[in-house]
Design a protein around this ligand. Structure first.
Ligand code: MN3
Length: 203
């Protein structure tokens, strides 16, 4: 039985960047619904007994064919949102150490990385999905995925930072202003958590 991460801050703690109503609805309704449905689908997928959600999402082809799409959508919804909510902290935490070196090696500067993250999350991604900072072949890369897919389906386990680009993540406050949302999300990113994911990355 998979459980959502406990929200590591109060619903209103990310104000004014990410508003209380959005955090509460996103976590209590959307994230909960994905999680419940994922657990329900797993009752018919005994082959995944004892596996982590990440392992399941990287091995969907082992599920019965009629469950694969549902497991990808709801399992992805469960897993991606755990990463997302965990990636934020009131006030944010700056990029440092090895992560900073990787950012500078790949993008020249944090500003340039941010610019490319904006472009991926807004111009490149049409409709609902995610933008991701990942580690691939030892360097950082920015990619996008539709719906609740993620690079896990491409067998890349090293998800460093998610950007939720479903309208439920920003519409209450930012309406159609996706760039504003990404910009404000950026102010509450906990780069310490991202650095821990980098430490744990499989190379
Ligand atoms: Mn979402």
């Amino acid at each position: 039985m998979f459980e959502r991460i406990k929200l590591p801050y109060a619903y209103d703690a990310l104000e004014p960047y990410i508003d209380k109503e959005t955090v509460e609805t996103h976590y209590e309704k959307h994230h909960k619904a994905y999680t419940d449905k994922f657990n329900e689908l797993l009752e018919d997928a005994p082959m995944f007994e004892g596996m982590s959600a990440k392992e399941i999402l990287m091995n969907l082809e082992k599920a019965p064919a009629h469950l694969q799409e549902g497991l990808k959508n709801h399992g992805g919804g469960y897993y991606n949102h755990n990463l997302y909510f965990e990636s934020m902290i009131p006030g944010g935490k700056p990029i440092a150490g090895k992560l900073k070196e990787l950012v500078e090696a790949r993008y020249g500067s944090e500003e340039e990385m941010l610019k490319q993250l904006y472009a991926a999350a807004t111009a490149s991604l049409f409709g609902s999905g995610w933008a991701w900072l990942i580690l691939k072949d030892g360097q950082l890369e920015i990619v996008i995925s539709k719906n609740q897919d993620s690079p896990l389906q491409e067998k890349n386990p090293n998800l460093l930072l998610p950007v939720d680009m479903w309208e439920h993540a920003f519409y209450l406050k930012y309406k159609n202003l996706k760039v504003d949302y990404v910009n404000e999300y950026y102010k509450v990113i906990n780069w310490d958590v991202v650095a821990e994911r980098l430490e744990d990355a499989e190379i």
